[in-house]
Design a protein around this ligand. Structure first.
Ligand SMILES: Nc1ncnc2c1ncn2[C@@H]1O[C@H](COP(=O)(O)OP(=O)(O)OP(=O)(O)O)[C@@H](O)[C@H]1O
Ligand SMILES: [Mg+2]
Length: 921
């Protein structure tokens, strides 16, 4: 036996842990037909069974005696007198020692069936045995009870020796195990500290759990954290792939067995304690044999539990539990740190979002771009599949912008303020709505969102200065419900967004007002700076189109004394020419005519099908919508402005119509002013001409008087000179030089006489005696009179008369004289000969039929600088001319109420045109 026990002892010494030592011993002894029980002192007085090797039948029998599986047997040392003795005396006891103690406690534990119990124990094959107290590192460890029915006293000595070898093996392995444990613990603590650098909760917790499980040699584990209300534990991480944890036990109410255990217990090895009821049964089904529950305390308060589990029958030791408690402290610190960090970073994120939104609000100048930026910010801050912002328009919500897909929103469909619609309800109740779309009624887009995989929706009302301005709506897929914090963030954002939108709107309104004011000023400036009616109207039309945000504007003016509007200007250059041809009866169907008739603005939102508009105009300028305004001066219409939009039908607001009307009033006044100015200018011109005429007449009259006096005074001496000359010639019969000198005196006296004659012609009050005369005859008489001068000068006189019988009311004598003057001038202009053409015809001039008489020559013509002066009295370019010839012609023509014009094209001969009325008045 000694030899055989030695070889078992060798096996035992190869074992690496105390447990392995005991089980190796048990195995070896079983082969030698011996049973082994190893009882370890778990406290000063308590013994637990570490190892029990017994045939199956005896084991079951004993378990039924003690009413528990052998692993959970616990004995008080005081109840085992033999064991106590062996320990006290530090010696092995032989024979019935083992069984005696067992019988004793069996009797006590099931006293009702004491006899049967005793019998069971006695039949367990432990009747004869050695009870060996073991000392490890000098300290009492417990006992090895080695039993066999055939054990002799000498065997007992060998067994005792074997037990001491087991003791020394326990000593070695426990030292190693202790060292290993310490190492493991140190490593675990180190690892935990390092894991703390991870700040993402989702990553950190599984890592902490993994380390804790590894450190306490657990195959699986779970980390539960108490929720904010301390009502339930929530599975925060699990390790080892125990399915039941996730599927059934992800939430443990605080009243559940494990919850109660966590609340009441220190770190405890639970085995698969019945305390845990279902929980442990389910875990056992997944192969879990041992469990330990380690409460997690943060700042002295229970914050969760660390559950450790083993899939092998190795209970958690006191040391392990102690260490697990230490670990849980570390884990708690890390959890708390991470929580703090994530809280802080969440808060920072929240603040950043809110700050960003508030800055947007401060910078926002227009609503539309603001909405776009806000949507970007929101979808960045809250992970959502879709987000939309609706703004209140009248009594419904209209989409202002969206991000993502799946909302099924569109700009055309307005959302009514209706509790059946999510946004509508949020708006009516002015409260955030968070809903599960699967529970939402069919209406209101719920179906649309569902069909795109959206299941969670939230709608937050946007309220500024206590007024609803819209809603912010977000959607998510099935697996991600909204949490309180996200809703909080959305609500805070909504407050900022509302403020920003309100501010942008205010700014837009102000800017528009300033723009309008500028336009007013501009119109005013143009109107006051210019009296050019066309310019004023063009610029006003353009300004009015801009002010009304329309595509074009037209101005029509009423024709004086007629019920007709005349197109004057169009703001669009491409319409100007066409619009000038527009004539609208005041009685026609037309917005402009109606505005003039009613003296009030006429608004037509949609020209299609409207009977207030002029079809032709609407089609020419493709007007979808028109606004017509009367132009009123002191309440009386003078025309109309027609503002049109070619893009879309639109409702013209009261304000737009009022503003346009204000400009129209200015325009009307300026039209009236410009017209007044034109009238005034015309009157001035007439006055100036009349004055000029008057001066001229007076001058001529004065000249005429003077001429008459001079002529009269010169005629008498001239008569004396002629008489004397005649007498001298008769008396002296002169010849030679004397005759020549007398001829000179005669010629000069003739000349003087002629000048006096002309002067008298000029001065004589020239009232013509009008009679219907055949013009051809008058022309012929003039040509005949000129013939004696024409012939010697080599000039031919031609008379042309397409209507030979043309008669006109003229003074034949005066007209013949005038034509003679013109013919003589023509002859004198052609010293080398040429042709004078005298022609009579008729022509239509300014609605009157006139006789037209032309005298033209082939001379050098009259230069433009002389042309203005030849009609002045006494202007002449000739040495012997008086310069009165043309003056007399002009007076004659004017006396006939006709006109005299010079047409002398450069490089050609002169042409004088006389126009005489054919009707006598
Ligand atoms: N047919 C013509 N061709 C060129 N110059 C002309 C012609 N008719 C008139 N004139 C110019 O007009 C001037 C004025 O003519 P007007 O008949 O009044 O005076 P006059 O011929 O110079 O003198 P008067 O006719 O008194 O003898 C002329 O001196 C001449 O320069
Ligand atoms: Mg002349």
């Amino acid at each position: 036996l000694l030899a055989e026990l030695s070889s078992v002892a060798l096996q035992v010494q190869r074992a690496r842990t105390p447990r392995e030592v005991l089980w190796a011993a048990a195995e070896g002894l079983r082969e030698l037909g011996m049973n082994l029980a190893a009882l370890r002192l778990a406290g000063p007085d308590e013994l637990v069974v570490e190892c029990l090797s017994l045939d199956e039948g005896s084991l079951r029998a004993l378990e039924s005696v003690f009413g528990a599986p052998w692993r959970s047997w616990r004995f008080a040392l005081a109840d085992l007198p033999m064991s106590s003795r062996a320990l006290a005396e530090r010696r092995n006891l032989f024979d019935r020692a083992v069984v005696e103690d067992l019988v004793r406690i069996a009797r006590r534990s099931s006293s009702s069936r004491a006899a049967q119990a005793e019998e069971q124990v006695l039949r367990s094959g432990l009747q004869r045995g050695v009870l060996c107290p073991l000392f490890v590192h000098g300290q009492p460890w417990g006992f090895l009870d080695i039993a066999s029915a055939t054990l002799t006293a000498s065997d007992a000595a060998a067994v005792g020796l074997f037990a001491s070898k087991v003791a020394s093996a326990l000593e070695v392995t426990s030292t190693i195990a202790e060292l290993e444990r310490k190492n493991r613990e140190l490593a675990a603590i180190q690892e935990l500290a390092e894991a703390g650098s991870e700040t993402d909760f989702e990553l950190l917790l599984p890592e902490l759990l993994r380390i804790a499980c590894g450190a306490v040699r657990s195959d699986a584990g779970a980390l539960y954290l108490l929720d904010g209300n301390r009502a339930q534990f929530i599975l925060a991480a699990d390790h080892g792939g125990i399915a039941a944890l996730r599927s059934k036990h992800s939430v443990l109410p605080i009243g559940s067995p494990i919850g109660r255990a966590a609340l009441t217990l220190e770190s405890t090895a639970l085995g698969t304690s019945p305390l845990l009821a279902d929980f442990s049964r389910e875990l056992a089904a997944e192969g879990i044999c041992e469990m330990a529950l380690v409460p997690l305390h943060i700042k002295g308060r229970l914050a969760g539990t660390l559950n450790l589990a083993r899939c092998r029958p190795e209970p958690f030791s006191e040391d392990e539990l102690r260490f697990a408690s230490q670990l849980s402290g570390q884990v708690a610190i890390q959890v708390e740190n991470a929580r703090l960090y994530s809280d802080t970073s969440r808060r920072v994120k929240l603040l950043t979002v809110l700050f960003g939104l508030s800055r947007m609000g401060a910078e926002a100048l227009e609503v539309a771009p603001l909405v776009e930026r806000v949507l970007d910010k929101v979808s960045e801050a809250v992970p959502v599949e879709a987000v939309a912002l609706h703004l209140l328009e009248g009594d419904c919500l209209r989409l202002a912008g969206e991000r993502g897909e799946g909302g099924g929103w569109d700009k055309e469909t307005a959302i009514p303020l209706d509790r059946q619609m999510l946004c509508g309800r949020a708006a009516i109740e002015r409260r955030t709505q968070v809903v599960d779309l699967s529970l939402w009624p069919e209406r209101g887009g719920g179906e649309l969102a569902r069909s795109r995989g959206m299941m969670h929706a939230a709608s937050v009302p946007l309220v500024a200065s206590d007024r609803l301005i819209g809603t912010l709506c977000v959607l998510r897929r099935a697996d991600r419900a909204f949490v309180d914090e996200e809703i909080g963030l959305l609500e805070s954002s909504a407050a900022q967004i509302s403020l920003a939108i309100e501010r942008a709107r205010l700014f837009e309104r102000e800017r528009k007002r300033v723009e309008e004011l500028q336009l007013f000023l501009e119109v005013g400036r143009v109107i006051t700076a210019s009296l050019d009616l066309e310019l004023i109207l063009e610029s006003s039309a353009a300004s009015m189109a801009r002010m009304a945000e329309a595509t074009h504007a037209f101005v029509l003016l009423q024709e004086p004394c007629k019920r007709v509007l005349r197109g004057v200007v169009a703001s669009a250059p491409e319409h100007r020419d066409h619009f000038r041809t527009v004539r609208l009866s005041l009685d026609a169907a037309s917005a402009a005519a109606l505005a003039v008739r009613t003296r009030a603005p006429v608004r037509v939102a949609d020209t299609k099908g409207s009977n207030l508009v002029c079809r032709e105009l609407v089609e020419s300028y493709s007007q979808k919508s028109v606004l017509a305004l009367p132009l009123l001066v002191r309440g009386e219409p003078i025309g109309a402005v027609l503002i049109g939009d070619a893009r879309w039908p639109r409702a013209w607001s009261e304000a737009q119509s009022d503003r346009a009307m204000a400009v129209a009033r200015q325009v009307a006044v300026s039209v009236a002013n410009a017209r007044l100015y034109e009238d005034l200018k015309r009157s001035y011109d007439q006055l100036a001409r009349a004055q000029e005429e008057l001066v001229k007449r007076e001058r001529l009259a004065a000249l005429g008087e003077l001429s008459a006096v001079v002529a009269h005074e010169v005629r008498n001496p001239l008569g004396v000179i002629f008489n004397s000359l005649g007498s001298l010639r008769r008396v002296l019969h002169p010849s030679g030089d004397a005759a020549m000198l007398l001829d000179i005196v005669g010629e000069e006296a003739d000349r003087l006489n002629r000048i006096v004659g002309e002067l008298l012609d000029f001065a004589r009050p020239s009232d013509p005696a009008l009679q219907l005369e055949p013009l051809l005859e008058v022309l012929g008489a003039a040509a005949e009179a000129a013939a004696p001068i024409a012939e010697p000068a080599g000039v031919q006189i031609k008379i042309e008369a397409p209507e030979p019988s043309l008669r006109a009311p003229v003074d034949a004598h005066m007209l013949r004289q005038a034509l003679l003057n013109l013919i003589i001038n023509a002859i004198q202009a052609m010293p080398k000969g040429g042709t004078v053409a005298v022609a009579a015809s008729t022509e239509e001039h300014q609605g009157r039929r006139l006789a037209r008489i032309e005298v033209s020559d082939t001379g050098a013509g009259i230069s433009p600088d002389l042309a203005g002066r030849i009609f002045q009295p006494f202007f002449t370019t000739k040495a012997s001319g008086t310069g009165l010839g043309l003056t007399v012609v002009k007076r004659t023509v004017e006396a006939h109420r006709g006109e005299l014009d010079l047409e002398s094209p450069p490089g050609r001969g002169a042409r004088f045109v006389l126009r005489l009325p054919l009707e006598q008045r």
